[in-house]
Design a protein around this ligand. Structure first.
Ligand code: NAI
Ligand code: MG
Length: 477
């Protein structure tokens, strides 16, 4: 008999209010329409809280508050003093890390071990990193002694890394002296609102950070607002295109971090057990809700069967279930809509003739769950090889030579990330240099650091976040 893991539930040291307002100009402000919407826990389908619907009037107020804070407090402040506030936020995230991790998991469905060990840790690290830059900006751009902030930033973020994406947007923006209006995704607004509470406790001047909740309509109103100097968006390529059209012809700056369909390339000479771990992290981390997920596995033909056998065995050991259980590897799919999208694409893969393998575990009775899955016999033209699934579903294809692997890897409209697994350093470099992707991981996958820039090519968007490069969109020279 196989040994079973006893449940190891994380305690829930977080108080969730019944209703949340917007955070505008340092105050908690209800929607001008009085309307709210529900955010649910996708693992239980229970409502967690009601959240304010952001109307065009709310956008107006938030942008006005951000403008006032920019002119009055933030831009005139000594950079070293600004840094102190950013450090305070970073420290408070660390101090309240358990609360943030639990709330992130409850609102979005990701396993507690990931929110605890990745999301919250990385979010704090971003604030620490950019706090350090605040008084050193003259070294950020060659030939520019006095770079200036750009003004009021409008940011729209997705639901896959809610707190971390808020940190990616807010930390560099405010460290450079800008103020910001941030709109979290409608299914995961709660950690951004807790971050607003942290900003309040850190006594950040009112209006420097404003959090406005709502759906795509609130986002669209923010993008269109004439008082915004720069848009920073992370989300689907489809919405990225709409935003680009709205912004065209205005003086607004813009960075877009969009979708991906990354190739993870495994050569026959790679240490296969290690590569399998990288493949698993690449596609099943965060239920595959990862823009840089290694969702296309390119395996050298001679080891295809061995890799598939190893992967079949490995996915059986992944524990799917309650995201608050510290043993859980695969949590809940973020929403019913995303679950439906994944299921539809999986059905298309079967209909187009690929072969589906899934872990055999039972699914919880409630909540949105999807088994870790992969397809063999996938060809380049299949929808599962071309479209972003954004779920725990891997498409496996083969190649014979390095050049064929490169050609197949680059045969996509996207270009966010890629992975290469080989024992040979020279081969690794040869392939990495030819992959058209913003990030290429060699013998690892999904590694992040605030000092390392991240961003895409082509339909994966443009602009870099992280590192020195991540300061540039927030500075004018
Ligand atoms: P989405 O792009 O619609 O949502 C992302 C954010 O944009 C949310 O805050 C949303 O409220 C906002 N938004 C929606 N329409 C807008 C508009 N017209 N103007 C301004 N803001 C708008 O993504 P969605 O529908 O949640 O997911 C659909 C697919 O997009 C996923 O299945 C996945 O393939 C991809 N996606 C990619 C992400 C990434 O990190 N690259 C993140 C989320 C989704
Ligand atoms: Mg939710």
């Amino acid at each position: 008999m196989a040994l079973a893991y006893a449940p190891a539930l994380e305690s829930t040291p977080v108080r969730i209010a019944a209703r949340y307002d917007h955070f505008i100009g340092g105050r908690w402000v209800p929607s001008s329409s009085g309307q709210t919407f529900a955010t649910v826990n996708p693992a239980t389908e229970e409502e967690l809280a009601q959240v304010a619907v952001g109307t065009p009037e709310d956008v107006e107020r938030a942008v006005a508050a951000a403008r006032e804070a920019y002119e009055r407090y933030w831009r005139p402040m000594r950079p070293a003093d600004r840094a102190k506030f950013v450090y305070r936020i970073a420290r408070a995230i660390t101090e309240r890390s358990r609360e943030l991790a639990v709330l992130e998991t409850m609102d979005g469905g990701k396993p507690i071990k990931e929110s605890r060990d990745f999301d919250v840790v990385q979010a704090a690290a971003h604030f620490f990193y950019y706090a350090g830059w605040a008084d050193k900006l003259r070294y950020a751009i060659h030939g520019s002694e006095h770079p200036e902030p750009v003004g009021v930033v409008g940011s729209i973020i997705p639901w896959n890394f809610p707190l971390l994406m808020a940190a990616w947007k807010i930390a560099p923006a405010i460290a450079c002296g800008n103020t910001i209006v941030l709109k979290p995704a409608e299914t995961t607004p709660l950690t951004a609102l807790l971050l607003a509470e942290i900003c309040e406790e850190a006594e950040l001047p009112p209006g420097v950070v404003n959090i406005l909740t709502g759906d795509g309509r609130t986002g669209a109103a923010l993008v269109a607002h004439p008082g915004i100097d720069k848009i920073a968006f992370t989300g689907s390529t489809e919405v990225g295109k709409i935003i680009q059209k709205t912004v065209a012809g205005t003086r607004k700056r813009m960075t877009l971090e969009l979708g991906g369909k990354a190739a993870n390339i495994v050569f026959a000479d790679a240490p296969l057990d290690q590569a399998i771990e990288g493949v698993v992290t690449g596609i099943y981390f965060n239920q595959g809700h990862v823009c840089c997920a290694g969702s296309r596995l390119l395996v050298q033909e001679s080891v295809h069967d061995e890799v598939v056998d190893k992967l079949k065995a490995r996915i059986e050991t992944l524990r799917l279930g309650d995201p608050l259980d510290k043993n859980t590897d695969i949590g809940a799919i973020n929403s019913a809509a995303q679950h439906a999208k994944i299921s539809e694409l999986v059905q298309s893969g079967v209909a187009e003739g690929a072969v589906l393998y899934q872990q055999s575990c039972a699914l919880p009775a409630r909540g949105f769950f999807h088994r870790a899955s992969f397809f063999t016999g996938v060809s380049q033209s299949h929808r599962i090889a071309r479209e972003e699934i954004f779920g725990p579903v891997l498409s496996i294809m083969t190649f014979r030579t390095a050049d064929e692997a490169i050609e197949k890897a680059n045969n996509t409209p996207y270009g966010l990330s890629a992975g290469v697994w080989t024992d040979k350093g020279s081969k690794s470099m040869y392939v990495a240099q030819r992959l058209q992707a913003g990030v290429v991981w060699c013998s690892t996958f999904n590694q992040f650091d605030p000092s390392s820039p991240f961003g895409g090519y082509r339909e994966s968007g443009f602009g870099r976040e992280g590192g020195v490069a991540g300061l540039h969109p927030y500075l004018s020279v």
